[in-house]
Design a protein around this ligand. Sequence first.
Ligand code: PLP
Length: 385
Amino acid sequence: MNNVYLDNNATTQVAPEVLEAMMPFFTDWWGNPSSMHVFGGQVRKHVDQARQKVAALIGADPSEIIFTSCGTESDNMATRGAVDAAGERVNIITTRVEHLAVLEPCRMLKERGYRVMELDVDGGGNLNLDVLRQALSLGQAVVSIMWANNETGVIFPIPKIAETVKAAGGVMHTDAVQAVGKLAIDVCRMPVDMLALSGHKLHAPKGVGALYIRKGTRVRSLMLGGHQESGRRGGTENVPYIVGLGRACELAARNMHDEMTRVAALRDRLQQGILATCPDVRINGDPANRLPNTLNISFLYIEGESILYHLSDCGIAASSGSACTSGSLEPSHVIRAMGVPFMAAHGSIRFSLSRYNTEADIDYVLARIPEIIRKLRAISPFAPV
Ligand code: PLP
């Protein structure tokens, strides 16, 4: 049986080049980068180089990069840290389709009395900028809007959104965890104040991330207890992982354009193959405005989870947005926010590719899917006879 991994928006395989770069920091160079002696100095130099590589991938200055433990921490630091620094009267604006790493801190702030606005998206997952302008007119705001959606791949027009936010005097954070390494990003060309990224989405290990904070942006630290990261994030640096993140960003900067062109062609081949062989399917998320690696597709009349089990039996890894709530499978908040009809919402599957996928992978999946769908529909009480 083949093994085909198409769940790269959940996590990616660590690149061999990344692992190779990390290894000496477990064995030979284990000093604390804050130490003044030679053991510390050697290591500090590599942390600084990693910072330069992360900064280069997104067009930032190295002094604007803070290393964190993950995308979730970066999003928490940006939202809670900016709101804390702004004071009690600030509003918070986000969207209904954000990752929980943004939604939950915002909801916690709501419980503390802040006005939090979660903006709607349309059926394609796109945002109406007039709705954003209206929300901004209600007062000073910290805004957190994702660059690309993890479930559908839909891309928000962040340069335009950031201009709108800054014109209204707001603070602009973007969760770019799914965008970095897949899309060209240059923070010099747009007025975003903060941007979150995560190592394990771009072939570095789990447990390391970064937050870009533009010079002059006021953000209160979440992690107190150390002077690391220029006093903005306490905690001894996770040196091997930081070095790995730097190497992953370097590889992305070098190869992203070619790799993502190839990945987009594979994704399109998968999509066309499914559309040609399976009736009653629906693409979720604006197909003209998606990450190159993501396909979110609904198979009507059947549960996404059942499809996943059958795919898994064939060695194929994908994911569904459903979550088991009180014993029943509920479509994800993203699919619900887009108003995907009931029958389609329950049968949604996300395929997400990476540089390591091949044509043979896609052909293998296309050879298995029609039979799985046919079998499941044959026993579905909802499928038309
Ligand atoms: N934001 C988005 C859009 C994500 O997709 C994820 C992870 O899936 C996160 C934030 C959280 O990142 P991490 O897993 O590094 O905490």
